[in-house]
Design a protein. Structure first.
Length: 292
């Protein structure tokens, strides 16, 4: 009896970019390479950190924009997003070296992204050898309507969460609060990814936990899930589409020292959030902002 042939994997057609699109892709790859080279493996905790998770998301997004997900080119470089090391050690007493394998993964990622950049550079050079008449027509980009869904990342401060949610609703936005969504057997990060298809995120940094360096004095800080989701949305949306609001006194992680945040200890945060939403391309009714 003849064996059935295994199904042939479907490969998406190569993404056709304009010269301007290729140049933007090269610039994005250069940014990812710089971020990888600047990453401090000393910040890893059990092989993980919010920043390295954000880097993985950003690399996948950049490869999708440059080559198209599922294409042969994308498949060549997708391992560049495999940065975190997962230890197989079972004994709790054995010290696991996460820094060395993670540093190796970062080196492999830099090499793959460098080759991806070289491939795009060659594609750009090919345009110089193609007669203008044979170039594919460049269609005008179609402006996509921005989603009015805004993801609200929060800790245990229910008052801050509800205040921000009500304000967003008054402006005509739909606040997405994770615990209000059905679990459907998914992990927390799977729920974040499923409901994170938004164009803007608000992150509430509230003093819900305490922590410090070994031997130090515990200080108020945001919950770890808030920092992880902050890193996720910074990587997915970019800093221009993430607004961090801080309530009370708490430690700001050094990894996010460059992220601008606004204090919620007053009403000025409403105008700031309105400006950030408007700068991200959303229409804002300022009469509603002033009345809120």
């Amino acid at each position: 009896m003849a064996r059935a042939k295994p199904p042939t994997a479907t490969v998406a057609p190569k993404l056709q970019l304009t010269p301007q699109g290729i140049e933007r892709g090269i610039a994005r790859l250069e940014e990812r390479i710089f971020e990888l080279q600047a990453f401090d493996v000393g910040t890893l905790v059990k092989g993980r950190s919010a920043e390295i998770t954000a880097l993985e998301v950003a690399i996948k997004d950049t490869l999708t924009r440059c080559f198209g997900e599922g294409t042969s080119a994308y498949n060549l470089y997708e391992r560049a997003a495999d940065l975190q090391h997962y230890s197989m050690v079972i004994s709790r007493s054995e010290v696991v070296d996460y820094a060395t394998p993670t540093r190796r993964n970062i080196g492999n990622a830099v090499a793959l992204l460098t080759q991806a950049k070289r491939a795009l550079t060659e594609d750009l050079a090919d345009y110089d050898f193609v007669p203008n008449s044979s170039l594919p027509p460049i269609s005008e980009p179609v402006a996509q309507e921005l989603s009015r869904r805004v993801f609200v990342v929060h800790g245990h401060d229910e008052g801050a969460r509800e205040t921000v949610a009500r304000f967003l609703m008054q402006l005509g936005f739909e606040p997405i609060i994770l615990h209000e969504q059905a679990n459907q057997g998914r992990t927390v990060m799977e729920k974040v990814e499923a409901h994170g298809q938004v164009d803007f995120a608000v992150v509430l940094l509230t003093p819900d936990d305490q922590g410090c360096a070994k031997g130090g004095t515990p200080e108020p800080r945001a919950r770890q899930n808030v920092l992880l989701e902050l890193g996720y949305f910074l990587g997915r949306l970019g800093r221009a589409k993430v607004c961090a609001l801080k309530r009370g006194t708490l430690e700001i992680p050094s990894d996010f020292a460059g992220v601008v945040w606004e204090s919620m200890d007053g009403d000025s945060w409403k105008r700031v959030l309105g400006r950030e939403l408007e700068a991200a391309g959303h229409e804002i009714d300022w009469n509603k902002v002033m009345r809120a």
